[in-house]
Design a protein around this ligand. Structure first.
Ligand SMILES: Nc1nc2c(c(=O)[nH]1)N[C@H]1C(S)=C(S)[C@@H](COP(=O)(O)OP(=O)(O)OC[C@H]3O[C@@H](n4cnc5c(=O)[nH]c(N)nc54)[C@H](O)[C@@H]3O)O[C@H]1N2
Ligand SMILES: Nc1nc2c(c(=O)[nH]1)N[C@H]1C(S)=C(S)[C@@H](COP(=O)(O)OP(=O)(O)OC[C@H]3O[C@@H](n4cnc5c(=O)[nH]c(N)nc54)[C@H](O)[C@@H]3O)O[C@H]1N2
Ligand code: SF4
Ligand SMILES: [Mo]
Length: 866
């Protein structure tokens, strides 16, 4: 069987994947990022490439159109807006999930031909603070280290990063090393106790945004105990004195953590030379995100722990091509190849290389300002590519209204319906993962190929082709690309400017690749200044990219303490869903881990707010409301609730988090603060709660409905403040089984309602409702669909003695449920390895191992008699 060597389209770890023609996916043993490993999302890729819901041809105002009609219309509307209102009246909103070649062409069209810089991307919500912090400290946006440093470190500090769930293969690499070398230390700095804490020797449950104070105080500690590398600082670093005096103004109280833990962390950091500090959204997504980044970088600069094996700061990227987007200059305040819009020499050089009619002369609108400009009527034509801002941008209801108010909106997506696509005048069908071809760059600057193994369905086309076609129709030369290799060569050649202007991003050694070389390209880390080169670490020689060749320590002040009587809203990710669920949400296996949105809340806060487990809570901020399932957990930090970001108007309208999030941004990077805001919580009054499964798509009519695929159809959690007059009629509507026979069982003592919808003896849908959250065995019930069994047996809602109910899925790779694990525990498998061995759970990606450990810890052990 022939396998195609490609790269996973999800997180920034950038794992190599081998894809069979039938969609069978395995890890690529030769890829230097994952050496054959994949996580649950990567392993399930084969389940998410079906054609259900795919956008197969262009659409204008909801009606199928030809490519010619759609592209002409897009070109006309953009040209007309520019002619009438100027280049700043149009905008692109792009994505770290575009391939480098797509991204390069979009950036070239906007900055070199339209002549504005109104191209921003979802990386503004993700990496902007790291980019800004790197530039302030190093003079350019450089990630100094490589993954191997993590394995050579004696201390790994994980700040605001839930690696176990969000970069699972890197977490597995770390775990393997820690198992081999138990003396290696791991510290997790996160307000919540996350799955990542499973390997932590020390958890610092920092209060929201206490990180600046924490790293400032670490800096003063390092100075006070004589840990400064004075030679290195004298030779290579500016800003020491001012930074230290700013740091001395930070208070320990602002960290909000038991001082003993802080002291332990400081001692550990001070005495360990080989330290890697990894950080992501708990750092970046904050009003002081850039300052947090610099507070971390300061500690590495002062100790000279950067650029050498086993040490350095490490910003992990979220999306598969977040790094590539930075390389092409995809953000509104960047040019191309890490050059600066503000610098006239850089601009002239890029324009000259492109031979373009113009070049933008000032930064464009950053994401939050861009959508604000949309709502103010300043943007006349908007093109959204490969991102779903109506869900993912803070103050999402306002953002959706802003997009809806733009006179002409184009959305390129792989799906016919997304919350953003529903607002578009023109929908353009993009070729998706497995169909398109190009390159991506991961967190350690490794460029890997995405190669196609499927033909694009319907009339879908690669993003770069769509953009180049519109550019040509707008009358621009410079977009006559024959294939993606040609674009890559142009991009690589342009990066040769980096050398001329003393910049880091240089892959000019790849500019001479033939089409065949490009097809065969093996993973290669930049910089690649000449053919055959393979990049390593930066700053080993202490040479930085500021004009004087030195690094800068940046004085950062701890932000004024927020005094808040309400709770704090923290948001983020879960293990088995990717962002707005347009792909992972199609896999029943991935949806089984956490099938609905939730609010994680500390037991004392839950008690104070009158909440019980599995209640629905009404969660509100000054921006919007949500209904969320209550999950009481001592993993939560007291005073702070956590809500996942994934659910949409399609999957759970009431459970979307971004309508709650304020559009506050970091003043330096423009990145929104998605992890901190005042929020109120109270119990939602619901007359009934329900659970439904159906072979047909569900059409819920209830105030709360969370939909998910199940192996044979669909499932939904439901709730509403008013009971219906006719339960059977409502069950028919919700389950889409309008013509089926209904069998109703009503238990007057408990108030439990059960409806089976069946036809010719076959169960088509089941519906359960009660005054409390319904207690039925969901996996078991979902498994009854399509079966020829009596309605009475189906309505029991739980398995008979001869059919064990596996319970909610814990291991998504092998579909192992919690009840199966409990049963094996009772049978004597009482350690994580034993459970893994007996059930198969955790033996693929391993990312459920923290949950297995929690499960074992939660089962009461027999107390020995004294
Ligand atoms: N499963 C899964 N994996 C993903 C993604 C996904 O959607 N699903 N998305 C990818 C993308 S694009 C990204 S950007 C990455 C994000 O990866 P992560 O950054 O690891 O993910 P998050 O869950 O957003 O946030 C990480 C942690 O920051 C903590 N935090 C909140 N406030 C603070 C604070 O003030 N200080 C500190 N120190 N911590 C804080 C949160 O409690 C949370 O546990 O994940 C990538 N990987
Ligand atoms: N509250 C809160 N909000 C957040 C975050 C948070 O932590 N908390 N995190 C933020 C971060 S870090 C990020 S990165 C964003 C992510 O947010 P988004 O980028 O909005 O989320 P995705 O679901 O990844 O959107 C990708 C879209 O592109 C489509 N698509 C897939 N493949 C292709 C393709 O090849 N071509 C085209 N044209 N389209 C394609 C998908 O169907 C989907 O609609 O969310 C941000 N929002
Ligand atoms: S860790 Fe998982 S999601 Fe990330 S690249 Fe690897 S397989 Fe894909
Ligand atoms: Mo991200």
């Amino acid at each position: 069987m022939t396998q195609t060597c490609t790269t996973c389209p999800y997180c920034g770890v950038g794992c190599g994947v081998l894809a069979g023609p039938d969609g069978e996916i395995v890890g690529d043993p030769n890829h230097p990022s994952n050496f054959g490993k994949l996580c649950s999302k990567g392993s399930a890729l084969g389940e998410t490439i079906g054609l259900d819901g795919r956008l197969l041809r262009p659409r204008i105002q909801g009606v199928d159109a030809t490519w010619n009609q759609a592209l002409d219309l897009v070109a006309d509307k953009f040209r007309a807006a520019i002619k009438e209102h100027g280049p700043d009246s149009v905008a692109f909103y792009a994505s770290g999930q575009l391939l480098t070649e797509d991204y390069y062409v979009a950036n070239k069209l906007m900055k070199g031909y339209i002549g504005a810089a109104n191209i921003d991307t979802n990386s503004r919500l993700c990496m902007a603070s790291s980019v800004a912090g790197h530039k302030r400290a190093f003079g350019t946006d450089t990630v100094p280290g490589i993954y191997a440093d993590w394995e050579q470190a004696d201390l790994v500090v994980l700040v605001g990063t839930n690696l176990a769930w969000c970069h699972p293969v890197l977490y597995q690499r770390l775990l393997a090393e820690k198992t081999r070398r138990p003396q290696m230390r791991v510290v997790v700095i996160d307000p919540r106790r996350t799955a990542t804490c499973d390997i932590a020797d020390l958890h610092i449950p920092v209060q929201s945004d206490g990180d600046v104070a924490l790293f400032n105080r670490l800096l003063t500690h390092l100075v006070d105990v004589g840990c400064v590398d004075t030679e290195y600082v004298a030779a290579h670093v500016d800003g020491f004195a001012a930074t230290l005096s700013a740091a001395r103004r930070s208070s320990l109280e602002a960290i909000g953590v038991d001082p003993d833990r802080i002291t332990e962390f400081f001692r550990l950091f001070a005495r360990t030379e080989n330290v890697v500090t990894v950080y992501s959204q708990g750092v970046n997504q904050s009003v002081c995100g850039t300052d947090k980044v610099n507070a971390i970088l300061n500690c590495h600069l002062i100790t000279g722990r950067i650029g050498r094996p086993g040490m350095g700061p490490f910003s992990v990227t979220g999306q598969p091509n977040a790094m590539g987007g930075r390389e092409v200059g995809g953000l509104a305040n960047m040019l191309a190849c890490h050059l600066d819009i503000e610098n006239p020499d850089h601009r002239a050089a890029v324009q000259d290389a492109w031979q373009s009619p113009t070049i933008c002369s000032e930064p464009g609108l950053k994401a939050i300002d861009l959508f604000q400009a949309c709502s103010e009527g300043k943007i006349k034509a908007l093109w959204v590519m490969s991102t779903n801002p109506a869900v993912s941008v803070p103050d999402a209801n306002r953002v959706a209204d802003a997009i809806a108010s733009v006179p002409f909106v184009v959305v390129s997506d792989i799906l016919e319906r997304t919350d953003t696509g529903d607002l578009a005048h023109v929908l353009l069908p993009a070729a998706g993962w497995g169909e398109k071809s190009g390159t991506v760059t991961n967190s350690e600057r490794m460029i890997s190929r995405q190669r196609p193994f499927l033909s694009a369905p319907g009339e879908a086309r690669p993003d770069w082709e769509i953009i180049a076609d519109v550019a040509r129709r707008m009358g621009f030369d410079g977009f006559d690309y024959q294939n993606e290799a040609q674009i890559f060569r142009e991009h690589a050649a342009l990066s040769g400017l980096a050398k001329r202007f003393g910049r880091d991003f240089d892959i000019s050694g790849l500019a001479g690749l033939t089409d065949l070389d490009y097809d065969l390209l093996q993973p290669v880390r930049w910089p690649v200044p000449q053919a055959g080169a393979h990049g390593g670490r930066f700053f080993a020689d202490g040479a930085f990219f500021h004009d004087n060749g030195r690094a800068k320590m940046v004085p950062v002040e701890q932000p004024a303490p927020v005094v808040r009587s309400e709770l704090t809203l923290n948001t983020g990710r879960i293990r088995d869903q990717w962002h707005t669920m347009t792909r992972t949400g199609r896999s029943a296996r991935l949806s089984a881990h956490l099938a609905e949105p939730f609010v994680e809340i500390h037991p004392e806060d839950a008690m104070a707010h009158g909440l019980r487990d599995a209640d629905l809570a009404e969660v509100a901020t000054e921006h919007g409301n949500a209904l969320l399932r209550v999950l009481i957990s001592s993993n939560a930090r007291k005073g702070s609730i956590f809500v996942p970001m994934h659910w949409t108007a399609q999957t759970c309208h009431a459970g979307r988090v971004n309508p709650l999030v304020a559009p506050a941004t970091d003043p330096v990077s423009g990145q929104p603060a998605s992890k901190d805001g005042a929020v109120s919580v109270k119990r939602a009054d619901m007359a009934w709660f329900g659970f439904a499964v159906s072979l047909k798509p569900l059409s819920p009519t209830t105030a709360y409905a969370a939909l998910a695929p199940s192996p044979l159809g669909w499932r939904a959690e439901l709730a509403d403040p008013t009971p219906p007059e006719d339960w059977s009629a409502m069950a028919r509507i919700i389950t889409g089984c309008t013509h089926s026979d209904a069998a109703l069982l009503e238990d007057h003592s408990t108030g439990l309602i059960r409806v089976a919808l069946h036809q010719a003896g076959r169960i088509e849908a089941l519906f359960f409702a009660a005054k409390q959250p319904v207690a039925v065995a969901r996996t078991h019930v979902a498994g009854l669909l399509g079966k020829d069994i009596s309605t009475l047996a189906a309505l029991a809602g739980r398995a008979g003695a001869d059919q064990p109910d596996p319970g909610a899925t814990v291991c998504a790779c092998f579909d192992v449920g919690i009840n199966t694990l409990r049963a094996e525990f009772a049978n004597g498998a009482q350690t994580v390895p034993e459970l893994c061995q007996r059930t198969g759970a955790g033996t693929n990606c391993g990312s459920c191992k923290p949950e297995l450990a929690t499960l074992i810890a939660a089962i009461p052990k027999p107390v020995a008699a004294e």
